[in-house]
Design a protein around this ligand. Structure first.
Ligand SMILES: [Zn+2]
Length: 136
């Protein structure tokens, strides 16, 4: 763990992570695509989303390079890296088809789905992360 003040790197934050396993998977996923990244403690407790019940993540993942192409590669790949991490949580929806946050029945709504009751995008990485963290 490097102790680095994240504030000078604000514009280099590609994502955050909740556990050391997540950090390892994200750094590995980025390295496979030729992107070097490091993790720092989220000392300012910057939240990863505005979703109610979302805890501030423990780590921030920073891209080391100033190279714009690497930055774009990282941006293009972070969703698929998270999809792999969240494989067991494909949607923030209960087994009976209800929104995990408010209980509204979203089963038959078109996807991706913004819950009409609470406004959460139940297909988003952010919502899926909150649901998984509750069960970790
Ligand atoms: Zn909802």
């Amino acid at each position: 763990m490097r102790k680095t003040d994240p504030s000078p790197y604000k514009d280099r934050i590609i994502t955050s992570a909740d556990t050391r396993d997540d950090v390892a998977q994200i750094l590995y996923g980025l390295s496979l695509r030729g992107v070097k990244a490091v993790e720092v403690e989220n000392e300012e407790k910057t939240p990863h989303s505005q979703i109610e019940g979302a805890k501030p993540p423990r780590f921030l993942i920073l891209i080391e390079t100033q190279n714009e192409l690497e930055w774009r590669i990282a941006q293009d790949s972070i969703r698929s890296i998270w999809d792999a991490i969240l494989e067991q949580h494909p949607r923030a929806v209960t087994p009976s088809g209800h929104c995990s946050f408010c209980g509204y029945d979203v089963e038959r709504l078109p996807r991706p789905t913004i819950c009409p009751e609470c406004g959460v995008d139940v297909d988003s990485i952010a919502a899926r992360r909150v649901v998984r963290l509750r069960r970790l």
